[in-house]
Design a protein around this ligand. Structure first.
Ligand code: FAD
Length: 484
């Protein structure tokens, strides 16, 4: 109740309120305000940093049991309480209405933080990111006189609270109030039939696993794999790309493990799906060593989602401590960057088999939405990189944190140790939050943490903060600051 999925983060609050329904939240917020206690909110508890379970959190509102999903006639949308977790969402939507939202991969991620941060998942290139389907958001806010007000904000052009909706399309959780419900309806959906309000997932996918062993590859072959991943995504950024329905998670582990694996899926109904898949795998392997194995399995979509969301022990083990770093990328890594990654993944002074880098897709449908329409500002990115250092023993904190910091700093050494928005990189992913981005020792660029997450959207987010949380009640170590 007082630790996150990442057990590095723990709190000593006065109270943890496990709520069952949205209407229970306003009185808890009012009580905490009157006693001057800092409030934090737990959706699914997957925050990479201590934004929920911090030393100064006095009242934690835990939404675990607030997880209903239903058709809401008043907004003609699918309402989802913000404690719902992703696999529950996928099952409920598919089994009830045959629909989907293009949310994240891991089954236990909570909607609360995930949606507000602009969540992405397997369907990112086919259907965009999750906020591309967000119609409205309901938020418990606190005004300048300390009164608690529940606000429903929609994307309707004439909604006076539209800016609050916009701020939840990438502005992130823990900034404006307690989000009680998200309401989903895709733009352009017509009628009131709940089966027609959101996209249909693929009936079936082709799921391919292709693998190499790092210890069998030269630096040049390893670099080729990374660069090939980037070049395919840069060439297939457009929503009209023939590879739009394909998504690949490419994961490299430290040499003590050696595994390199590309997991690729494509909607089996896409014309020429198998040949698009084959040509992608051929592109990936081109100039590197032939894979040790490659296998394609057709799977019903829901089975595929259940499999990939639950079968990864690193994502689901609550005893693992972890440090993460992220980057949006527009172009392939340079030869120097790839060689730097090789150097850190073949270091002999570290031996943690879990150290890994995941490249994941972006672009496709995501690139079809104008950047100004949502708060997330990475519509030009072709793919993302996530460096992850998971470990078990607290005694190993220093060595693992140091590894993650060093590989990231070195890869982006030419731009001050961080992926500044430029022609090649495009900032960092808010949902993969990283406190080091605010630390001058690790971010030596002239781009502050908010420039990496929000780019030019930060001043507008600050204005929304001023309007809906003028007392800065909802805050954490990287929350949006009130304008000065
Ligand atoms: C194993 C794992 C797998 C992941 N996979 C993906 C993925 O596939 N795609 C992806 O995009 N991201 C992924 N993420 C990142 C994930 O989207 C973020 O960590 C997200 O913020 C988690 O939301 P949460 O509600 O579970 O977390 P929490 O820790 O509960 O919350 C995260 C932040 O949001 C705030 N918050 C949560 N709920 C509310 C609310 N109702 N109102 C106001 N603020 C709230 C919290 O206070 C905190 O600041 C993954 C993370 C992990 C650990």
């Amino acid at each position: 109740m007082v630790i996150g999925l990442n057990p590095r983060w723990s709190a000593r609050p006065d109270n943890v309120y496990v709520v069952d329904a949205p209407e229970q939240i306003a009185p808890i917020v009012a009580g905490a305000i009157s006693q001057g206690k800092k409030i934090t909110v737990r959706g699914g508890g997957h925050c990479f940093e201590d934004f929920v379970y911090s030393g100064d959190a006095k009242v934690i509102i835990d939404l675990t049991n607030m997880n209903r999903i239903y058709y809401d006639a008043a907004t003609n949308s699918i309402a989802m309480e913000t404690g719902a977790t992703l696999l529950d969402v996928y099952e409920k939507l598919y089994q009830t209405w045959g629909t989907v939202i293009p949310a994240g991969v891991c089954y236990s991620v909570g909607l609360g933080g995930h949606v507000a941060g602009g969540g992405w998942g397997w369907l990112v290139r086919r259907n965009g990111i999750v906020v591309d389907h967000l119609y409205a958001v309901e938020v418990v806010t606190v005004n300048s006189s300390g009164q608690v007000k529940t606000v429903l904000a929609t994307r309707e052009a004439n909604d006076p609270n539209r800016d609050l909706w916009w701020a939840h399309t990438g502005g992130g959780g823990g900034n404006f109030g307690v989000i009680t419900r998200y309401f989903f309806r895709s733009p352009g959906a017509t009628g009131t039939d709940p089966r027609k309000l959101l996209p249909n997932p693929p009936a079936k996918v082709l799921f391919n696993a292709t693998g190499w062993n790092l210890n069998n590859l030269t630096e040049a072959q390893f670099s080729r794999l990374l660069i090939n991943y980037g070049s395919w995504h840069a060439a297939n950024l457009s929503p009209s790309s023939p590879g739009r329905d394909l998504a690949c998670l490419f994961q490299v582990f430290h040499k003590s493990n050696g595994q390199i694996i590309a997991l690729t899926q494509i909607d089996a109904a896409t014309p020429n799906a198998q040949s698009i898949m084959d040509s992608f795998i051929a592109h990936l392997a081109n100039g590197a060593a032939p894979p040790l194995f490659t296998q394609t399995t057709p799977m019903p979509w829901l089975q595929f989602m259940k499999y990939t969301s639950t079968a990864n022990p690193l994502a689901n083990d609550p005893t693992l401590r972890a440090e993460y770093k992220s980057a949006f990328m527009k172009q392939p890594f340079t030869a120097t960057q790839a060689a730097t990654i090789y150097r850190h993944f073949t270091r002999s002074d570290v031996s943690n088999k879990n150290l890994n880098l995941i490249l994941s897709p972006y672009g496709g449908a995501t690139a079809s939405v104008p950047q100004a329409d949502t708060a997330i500002q990475h519509r030009d990115a072709a793919y993302k990189a996530l460096w992850a250092a998971p470990w078990s023993n607290p005694a190993d904190d220093a060595v693992n944190i140091a590894w993650a910091r060093q590989v990231y700093y070195d890869v982006y050494a030419d731009t001050g140790g961080v992926p500044v928005p430029n022609a090649a990189s495009d900032g960092a992913y808010l949902n993969y939050c990283d406190a080091d981005l605010s630390d001058g020792a690790w971010n030596r660029s002239s781009t502050p943490w908010h420039g990496l997450y929000y780019k030019g959207a930060y001043p507008r987010l600050q204005q929304v903060k001023l309007r809906y949380d003028p007392r800065n009640v909802f805050r954490h170590r990287q929350s949006i600051q009130l304008p000065s």
